[in-house]
Design a protein around this ligand. Structure first.
Ligand SMILES: Nc1ncnc2c1ncn2[C@@H]1O[C@H](COP(=O)(O)OP(=O)(O)O)[C@@H](O)[C@H]1O
Ligand SMILES: [Mg+2]
Length: 325
């Protein structure tokens, strides 16, 4: 077993009648990016605030690097840092001034504080902007500065609560690069997100949560393979060949093939046995068989399922179970 940065068991937090966190079990390995994926209101921020010792749970247990978040809150605090909805930077000051001030508050002497600020501004592409007031920054620059502020003292565990919400694609990419830099320096990152693509790109493992509960956990690949490896779309030259193409694809892919409203198109979901290569292999075998049978294919595509599909599949499944119960 790898070392665990976070472990929770049966964690509960209730606000009035809302069970924001409702019996959450998490095991977050150290040294990687762990994604907590869920829609608005799923309980992500509440869970993060409990783990960062900002909120007391009503039930269950949570440890951070083996320290209980309630009984050993000081030990937890000494090893974690958080950024997110609570901006720590001052708009009226420059980026550099903010970082230097925060570094001084963390106990660094002035030369060390200046050096650390310069190093982080450089690493996050903010050297030029460092001399400007933060109120002139774009949303992406501000978010990068916020992350820089949270890692002034390289924490063992960094909570990033929806770090790219509201950012344009370019700024989002910059934040992703920064997360990769942070992890490469040995910090474990717990990142919450509503963006399925973000969890897929960044996280080594993902917990999908909804209504305060864990509904799935695994690597992005595992989650995707739980709803199939993707789908093949084929466009035939001659509509008269569709019945034969449908028969061949059903046989080779061992799955259901759908006729599209367009009379020359077929779509099939590939199982792929949980491996992307297997899906690609199956798809190319299918194409070769169609060609061998004299069926001309004008267009062909192999689509990966995205985590959107994964999430929908998982939550639909859950809703069905609940109705049945
Ligand atoms: N301080 C609070 N008081 C009352 N309800 C809250 C409070 N914080 C969160 N909630 C409720 O708990 C649920 C989970 O919220 P939250 O943890 O913020 O979800 P997320 O971060 O995934 O969007 C929501 O229904 C939210 O309205
Ligand atoms: Mg939130």
């Amino acid at each position: 077993m790898p070392d665990l940065a976070i472990q929770t068991s049966g964690l509960v937090k209730t606000f009035d009648k809302t069970r924001a966190v409702d019996g959450l079990d998490l095991a977050v390995p150290a040294g990687a990016v762990y994604g907590v994926l869920g829609p608005n209101g799923a309980g992500k921020t509440t869970a993060v605030r409990i783990l960062a010792t900002l909120l007391r749970p009503d039930g269950g247990e949570a440890t951070v690097f083996g320290h209980d978040v309630v009984r050993e809150a000081d030990a937890v605090r000494s090893r974690v840092s958080m950024t997110g909805q609570y901006a720590s930077v001052d708009d009226e000051m420059t980026g550099a001034e903010n970082l230097i001030l925060l570094a001084r508050l963390l106990g660094h002497r002035k030369p060390a504080a200046r050096a650390r600020a310069a190093e982080l501004l450089e690493a996050f592409g903010l050297t030029e902007a460092g001399g400007r007031q933060v109120k002139t920054y774009s949303g992406g620059m501000r978010r990068r500065l916020d992350i820089a502020a949270s890692i002034l003292n390289t924490p063992d565990l960094l909570f990033l609560d929806e770090p790219t919400t509201g950012l344009d694609p370019r700024s989002r990419n910059q934040v992703w690069d920064i997360v990769r830099i942070v992890v490469a320096h040995g910090t474990t990152v717990l990142l919450t997100t509503q963006y399925l693509e973000e969890a897929d790109r960044l996280a080594d493992r993902i917990a999908v949560i909804d209504h305060g509960r864990l509904i799935a956990e695994g690597t992005p690949g595992e989650l995707k393979s739980s709803v199939g490896a993707g789908s093949v779309h084929v466009r035939l030259r001659d509509p008269a060949t569709r019945t034969e193409a449908e028969r061949l694809l059903t046989e080779i892919l061992d799955t259901t093939v759908y006729r599209e409203s367009d009379p020359v198109s077929l779509t099939a979901r590939i199982t792929g046995n949980g491996r992307d290569e297997a899906a690609a292999e199956q798809a190319s075998r299918a194409l070769a068989q169609l060609a061998a049978a004299g069926i001309v294919v004008d267009d062909f595509s192999l689509g990966q399922p995205n985590l959107d599909e994964v999430f929908l599949a998982l939550t639909d499944h859950r809703a069905t179970e609940e109705t049945a119960a």
